[in-house]
Design a protein around this ligand. Sequence first.
Ligand code: F6P
Length: 528
Amino acid sequence: MDIWEQLAAYRAAHEGRKIADLCTEAGRFSGFSATSDGLVLDYAKTNLCAEGRALLLDLAAHTGVAARRDAMFAGEKINQTEGRAVLHTALRAPKSARVMVDGQDVMPEIHATLGRMAAFAEALESGAITASDGAPFSDVVNIGIGGSDLGPAMATRALSPYAGRLRVHFVSNVDGADIADVLAGLDPARTLLIVASKTFTTIETMTNAATAKAWLGGRKGHLAAVSTARDKTSAFGIPPDRVFGFEDWVGGRYSLWGPIGLPIMLAIGPQNFADFLAGGHAMDQHFRTAAPADNLPLLLGLVGIWHSNICGYATRAVLPYDQRLCRLPAYLQQLDMESNGKGVTMEGRAVARASGPVVWGEPGTNGQHAFYQLIHQGTAVVPCEFLIAGEGHEPDLSHQHDLLIANCLAQSRALMLGRDMDAARALMAAKGLSGAELERQAAHRIFPGNRPSVTLAYPKLTPFVLGQIIALYEHRVFVEAAIWGINAFDQWGVELGKELAVALLPHVAGEAAGGLDDSTAGLLGVLK
Ligand code: F6P
């Protein structure tokens, strides 16, 4: 039997086992949780036992996860379809590190750029850099999409307790409603625009940038850019000293650690941004050096493989009990689904098993009053990933944080424990029902239970902790991709739609006709 068959056999042999029974065993939590710098991953509420975990660790060993990890950190060109190294980890490495790409150490340039970003951030915050009328800027608008928006927007929101004077806003959608609504509340005289685009060709970003530039009314010094395409930024009229560059070995969805993170730094200041990088780097060190059985990214990846490939669960829910992580699910959708939503291996063959699961979610407790019904009683099993801090940033509201913790822990317990027919009957009997009506009503109160979840627990949502969490998820995606044998660092699947949109625009504008399928032509007729 190969390792996949062994895992399937193990699953078949233990399918009836109850997570609740596993969790009554002494030492279950300590045996099925792992820690890195205060961040705890609890996977005790899954139906894995030591034997299953050992098989999964064997799977990681057989599929060469560690070798691929080392190749990534060493700057090898593991993004094979684009012939690029994958070195977002270098963006969060300390100055003393040496990271070689094509025989050159990239660390001096990374830290020089970080230094320029910090100087810019400090000068904007203090008012040493002013708007064209000589008064300080009050607002910053980041214009970008995908990786040039989701990470910065998510992290800026997550770290709002660390915010300084500058208000930072985000525009991403080509829908004019987005930019119209953001600019409506702002004064062009007080606003700095950052055009953030790795390629500086993305049509949504360039269209919004042109709209925003016109809104500035020719004010000088109100534009900055973040891009790998320095030639294109100057053609757009942004002076070189306002351009923060990076290299093509940073993927868009992995780019918030460097210049794409400029809006985060403008919001929280260079020192907090440095702490954020330190958190990411600490997770890198952990991923590289922790023993497999204690390695958070490896374990989280293997739990993901267990649930999607062995148990056959097609989606996973990310449920932060942390309102400031409200954009985390959207951010992880890009990170995970743009990385691993692929059907072809690095060798160009069909992937042998289901790859990237659908990732979705919303903060708790809000989700409890919306879609948790399906998670508890629906026919599909959805493995849940809870996130919760030991304390909030609002000491005066600690009683509310207690309620938050109680709700978070109650949900994972309810998923695990469920409620059987006897308990449901007792409940109905206590309400005075009997006979056929008791049976009918009781059936609706059954919870299947035995539904798996993992929980990430951390002391408080600080910049360091956010860095740990994001790097953990990045490496989890990496582990899963390595096991499936796919390249997590390209995204060819987004190209076709872009091409067809460009081809359709003349039809929408009434400058071309014919050649469309009947459905599309019919819809065009309705819309125009
Ligand atoms: O279309 C997908 C994508 O290429 C993402 O991978 C990327 O994060 C986003 O578009 C934005 O790209 P850019 O930063 O080049 O504007």
